[in-house]
Design a protein around this ligand. Structure first.
Ligand code: 13P
Ligand code: SF4
Length: 317
């Protein structure tokens, strides 16, 4: 008989005092069974707060790692341990360590999309929800390194007037939105607001009515008077947008321009989509794959995440 994954997940969650946290880029069925969904900042904040014994982090590996760094006494499970991140991969710790060593007078700001080893080289971690405010919390004359996302770093440099040294990393999903495709969609839907994640290149961000983290884009879409939105970030976020505002129309921005087909919903993160309901069920049942981190590394990596959470709390983020 086929297993009812939703029912089994509910049962195992209660039996094991487990909590399921999911990123907005997860498939709709996973978002629907998650106890909490959010962007990278919210997931870190929720991990810090939960009193569950087990966290099942439905996202990609660095998100599970961040939860484990924050909660060493809890069991942190991920549905698929091979779900990586092209952005985190674009910043190998040994190369980043050399870059940091070449600039000893710089403080290091790292995007949360990094491995624990890169976080251990970092002064403050940021997410797209708090990067601007955290950069501004440094004195104007403090020299800064920002890694690994070059697009987000350039965007923050522009917003703050800083001149941070940027690591040349990128996310393969946000890199490939088509400017021509978005312009064509905008002509077809003249009243639509364009929502863009700042991991996208500057030419795409330039088209935005609102640039922001996934949570920021969601908030804007819900409070805006507009009825239509063109969304240039991973298409998983459309599930929550549509759920919270069923009367509005959310159009995924196309990853490539094509006369024949514009507006396809195929700009998905293949890593995020490796997770399935079955894998969530198996992770809970078998209590693996478990995220484990060397304690020495964890102690170094937790400091910049704690700083981020402290600054964010002070700023009410
Ligand atoms: P946020 O969750 O901070 O919006 O980041 C988007 C992302 O690419 C996560 O992998
Ligand atoms: Fe990494 Fe990009 Fe996927 Fe986010 S969308 S997990 S940054 S590859």
């Amino acid at each position: 008989m086929a297993i009812d994954f939703v029912k089994e997940i509910e049962r195992l969650k209660k039996e094991k005092n487990a909590v399921i946290m999911g990123h907005y880029y997860q498939t709709g069925d996973i978002q629907d069974i998650a106890d909490y969904i959010g962007d990278s900042l919210a997931l870190a904040q929720m991990a810090r707060k939960t009193d569950a014994d087990i966290i099942v982090l439905c996202g990609v590996h660095f998100m599970g790692e961040t939860a484990k760094i924050l909660c060493p006494d809890k069991k942190v499970l991920v549905p698929d341990a091979t779900a990586g991140c092209s952005l985190a991969d674009s910043c190998p710790a040994d190369e980043f360590a050399k870059f940091v060593a070449e600039h000893p007078d710089h403080k290091v700001i790292s995007y949360v999309n990094t491995t624990a080893a890169v976080k251990a080289l970092t002064d403050v971690v940021v997410t797209s929800s708090n990067a601007k405010q955290i950069v501004e919390s440094f004195p104007a004359d403090q020299k800064l390194i920002f890694g690994p996302d070059h697009n987000l770093g350039s965007y923050i440099n522009k917003l703050t007037g800083r001149n941070m040294l940027l690591w040349n990393g990128a996310c393969h999903v946000h890199e490939k939105f088509s400017v021509e495709g978005i312009i064509k969609l905008k002509k077809e839907h003249p009243g639509a607001k364009v929502l863009v994640h700042p991991e996208c290149p500057a030419v795409v961000v330039a088209l935005a009515d609102k640039a922001g983290s996934t949570a920021g884009l969601l908030k804007y879409a819900l409070s805006s008077d507009a009825k239509e939105f063109i969304v240039a970030t991973e298409s998983g976020i459309l599930h929550e947008m549509q759920k919270k505002a069923p009367e509005k129309v959310f159009i995924p921005a196309p990853p490539e321009y094509s006369e024949a087909k514009v507006g396809c919903s195929c700009n998905e993160c293949n890593y995020m989509k490796q997770n399935t309901l079955e894998k969530v069920y198996l992770a809970l049942r078998d209590e693996q794959p478990e995220v484990l981190i060397d304690e020495e590394l964890r102690k170094k990596a937790v400091l910049p995440i704690d700083r981020m959470l402290e600054i964010s709390a002070k700023l009410g983020l």
